[in-house]
Ligand binder design. Structure first.
Ligand code: ZN
Length: 169
């Protein structure tokens, strides 16, 4: 099932999501639906709040269906190691057509659960590091525009308000 992507300023996007506690059939189906919804929206990462579900789940596929091993599911993820800095452009399905450079850690190590509830660790560099930080931010109710300088954030918010007014958002 393809869910509609929730856009800013929907409140669920700025709400801290709840931990997943039931690792059942319903969760497995939800994760598959998240991949389907992400592909339908042409994204490489999606967090559950972006489909209106306030749970700590995110899916990532940097190769966009090219390589099955690139499909990553992070449930209740936490970053436990960070190193270096990077400053690259990001976008977000919940903020269509907005692209800005964001400061991130160059390399992160994440601990998370899979759909069966088993804990694992994953290390990301460059784009994967960025994607995991971006998606985990979503679970804490943080959008990437929050991480921009105040000037850039204000300009971006003004642009969004203009688009909403014109009915183009
Ligand atoms: Zn996003």
């Amino acid at each position: 099932m393809v869910y509609e992507i929730v856009k800013y300023p929907e409140r669920v996007l700025e709400t801290k999501a709840e931990p997943v506690t039931a690792f059942d059939e319903r969760l497995a189906r939800l994760v598959e639906d998240m991949f389907e919804s992400m592909y339908a929206a042409k994204g490489i990462g999606l967090a559950a709040p972006q489909i209106g579900i306030s749970l700590r789940i995110t899916v990532i596929d940097l190769s966009f269906q090219e390589k099955p091993e690139d499909k990553i599911v992070l449930i209740n993820p936490e970053i436990f190691e960070r190193e270096g800095r990077q400053y690259e452009e990001e976008g977000c399905l919940s903020l269509p057509d907005i692209r800005e450079k964001v400061n991130r850690d160059a390399r992160v190590k994440v601990r998370a659960q899979n759909v069966k509830g088993e804990w694992f660790e994953i290390e990301g560099r460059e784009l994967l590091s960025r994607a995991m930080q971006h998606e985990i931010d979503h679970l804490d109710g943080v959008l990437f525009i929050t991480r921009l300088s105040r000037l850039k954030r204000d300009l971006t918010l003004r642009k969004i308000r203009r688009l909403i007014k014109k009915g183009e958002w």
